[in-house]
Design a binder for this molecule. Structure first.
Ligand SMILES: COC[C@H](NCc1c(COP(=O)(O)O)cnc(C)c1O)C(=O)O
Length: 327
């Protein structure tokens, strides 16, 4: 049974399924296990860390949550707030679609649209958090968020027969990366390489790694808006010093094609943010890393974190395909 990260109080996330994917294994040339965070409450892994942070804040007397989000962290905060019987204000950038806003409101959240990108929405959220009794719920940059996300790795340890040879995940602000790195250390799997996927136009982690310091992207120009943090958390960069993190950047077209291929292969629809990680498997990135000697050959198995993403509909996939000239 996974450890209860919030001191005994039942967490809001579920123990998600781990399934072998034959189509992904064929594409990647090695056995691929999917950690299906897309079936979590509110549709992404976010509930693990955000739920944990909200529970801890409520214990300390928080009377109103305020969360800046591209969408999925906000949905997780709204779900947690509802469970805790507390009000929540979610601040999203104008790029967050109406589907997400509707879902946030259906969960009882007060929604404010502020700014063009997440970073601007976050500025507004921090202003609101100055209100007496209000607590800021950061979507990726908080130790309790990383602690909550780390439960994902404990579940892998409990369910896989053998230790995987790599873990693939997507990076926005770096919270999932930091949580998985923490989890790997907790279970003694710190030697497993993490392959961190971004899209060009959200590649703030890749840029920071190359510069050796935190760098802010001039803008977010990718369709994968849920990866749209101009600067990653400092902790993400520290992780890259503490364990083997391989940064890979994919094109928007590769991420969106991966979303469509995954829908056909596994009958699950995820956001382009998740498509970025899946694209590593569908576009031969894994084999290329092996060829370059950055991953060993052969690999026995790898895990891809299917991070999910709630507001994705077939119509949006079609619209993205035509926007990107994919038919
Ligand atoms: C701007 O947005 C940051 C955050 N989304 C982040 C996100 C990630 C990346 O997680 P992170 O690296 O930010 O912890 C991956 N996969 C999905 C489906 C996501 O929504 C949010 O919802 O506020």
């Amino acid at each position: 049974m996974a450890a209860q990260p919030s001191g005994g109080k039942k967490p809001f996330h579920i123990i998600s399924p781990v399934l072998e994917s034959l189509p992904l294994s064929r594409a990647a040339g090695t056995k691929v296990f999917m950690k299906l965070e897309n079936v979590q409450p509110t549709g992404s892994f976010k509930i693990r860390g955000i739920g944990h942070l909200c529970q801890e804040a409520a214990k300390k007397g928080c009377r109103h949550f305020v969360c800046s989000s591209g969408g999925n962290a906000g949905l997780a905060a709204a779900y947690a707030a509802k469970k805790l019987g507390l009000p929540v204000t979610v601040v999203v950038p104008s790029t967050t679609g109406p589907t997400t806003v509707r879902k946030l409101e259906e969960l009882g959240a007060e929604v404010e649209v502020s700014g063009q990108v997440w970073d601007e929405a976050n500025k507004r959220a921090l202003e609101l958090a100055k209100t007496e009794g209000w607590v800021s719920i950061h979507p990726f940059d908080h130790p309790l968020v990383w602690q909550g996300h780390a439960s994902l790795v404990q579940e892998l340890k409990d369910s896989l027969d053998t230790k995987p040879d790599a873990i693939l995940l997507a990076v926005g602000g770096g919270g999932l990366l930091a949580g998985v790195a923490a989890g790997l250390h907790q279970v003694g799997w710190q030697d497993i390489p993490i392959i961190a996927a971004e899209t060009w136009g959200t590649h703030s982690f890749h840029t920071a790694l190359a510069a050796g310091r935190l760098v802010s992207l001039p803008d977010i120009t990718s369709v994968a808006k849920c990866l749209g943090a101009k600067m990653v958390a400092a902790r993400a960069l520290e992780c890259a010093q503490e364990c083997q993190v391989i940064s890979q950047v994919v094109e928007d077209t590769e991420a969106v094609r991966a979303v469509e291929q995954f829908l056909d292969d596994e009958r699950m629809l995820v956001q382009p943010a998740c498509g970025a990680a899946l694209a590593l498997l569908y576009t031969g990135r894994l084999q290329r890393l092996q060829h370059e000697g950055r991953l060993r050959t052969p690999l026995a198995s790898v895990v891809v974190v299917v991070c999910g993403g709630s507001s994705m509909q077939v119509a949006q996939l079609q619209a993205l395909k035509s926007q990107l000239g994919l038919e």
